[in-house]
Design a protein around this ligand. Structure first.
Ligand code: PDD
Length: 295
């Protein structure tokens, strides 16, 4: 694998990070995951803008432009001959002897990146997933794509240990987001999701889905809802760069709707697949029937 580190492209042997990197010691950094479909970076500007915003919010002085970050991401895709997968970018405050306060202004941020092969989880898109609600014990700046993911890691593990694929964060009785995704519910034809504030990460996939819903004339309400309300939604799904639109068929062991992916979720999945920069190999039943390309 070819890595990027502060302006250089390095192989596995050459790549290393310091034990004093503040990302390693404090989780003092931010990151992005950018999907690659058919060798093309998807919604790359949006991801890179969010990376710069996250860095700014935690006061990391990053001197890279969007163009430079885009260029290095493309180089990683090419150097690793990636067709389907993702680019991971990470920025830390740099390397300095351990002390909580920021190091001096002479300390440069450390930017690393790599590209990894990662097929689309088609079966999960088709079959749906099980979700488990967990207490949201994270900090109050979930809008920052921070490297501090301990709350997310513990939540995901708790879900996995209950044979669920994703955890649903609930704070003050209110559904916030997934452990690595945004959460959506559909009730009587209306799409509900948490507003983009400090309690959630404003997902890039979330933004795409909201736009697709508007294009499909599905009413959208960006308003928080409770776990009780979530449990009686007609449909439920979560979204992220890698999980795209994943239908939820059970929440806390209780069936959502009829316990199969819902119709509007299917419509959104089809619309999502259609706008991807690749020949579509996703066989949603609805799509197969309507375009006659069953295989
Ligand atoms: N996770 N909320 C959280 C807490 C996330 O970690 C993510 C993404 C999302 C969805 O964001 P997007 O649609 O931009 O991927 C929401 C990434 C992919 C990860 O940590 O691997």
């Amino acid at each position: 694998m070819i890595y990027f580190k502060n302006g250089e492209y390095l192989d596995e042997q050459q790549m290393n990070v310091s034990v004093n990197d503040r990302g390693y010691v404090f989780g003092d950094g931010v990151y992005e995951v950018i999907k690659v479909y058919d060798g093309a970076l998807y919604t790359v500007e949006e991801h890179l803008e969010r990376l710069l915003e996250s860095a700014e919010k935690i006061r990391i002085p990053l001197s890279y432009t969007i163009e430079q970050l885009k260029d290095l991401s493309k180089q990683l895709v090419e150097a690793n001959q990636l067709t389907i997968g993702h680019v991971y970018l990470q920025v830390t405050r740099g390397v300095a002897p351990r002390a909580h306060q920021f190091p001096g202004s002479d300390v440069e941020p450390v930017v690393i990146g790599y590209a990894v092969n990662n097929p689309r989880p088609i079966e999960q898109f088709e079959m749906g997933a099980a979700m488990k609600s967990v207490d949201d014990m994270r900090w109050l700046r979930c809008d920052i794509k921070s490297l501090n993911l301990l709350g997310n890691v513990l939540a995901k593990q708790e879900a996995f240990e209950s044979d669920c694929q994703e955890a649903l964060f609930v704070r003050d009785g209110v559904v916030r987001e997934g452990s690595s995704s945004n959460a959506f519910g559909i009730k009587e034809g209306v799409l509900y999701t948490h507003p983009a504030n400090n309690f959630i990460l404003n997902g890039i996939t979330r933004r795409v889905v909201l736009q697709l819903a508007r294009d499909l004339d599905i009413p959208v309400v960006e308003q928080a809802f409770t776990l009780e309300e979530a449990l009686v939604m007609d449909e439920f799904f979560f979204t992220s760069t890698n999980s795209e639109i994943t239908p939820v068929i059970t929440l806390d062991g209780k069936q959502i709707g009829n316990g199969v992916p819902g119709l509007l979720t299917r419509k959104l999945q089809s619309a999502f697949s259609r706008q991807l920069p690749m020949p579509i190999a996703v066989g949603h039943a609805e799509e197969r029937v309507s375009n006659g390309s069953a295989s």
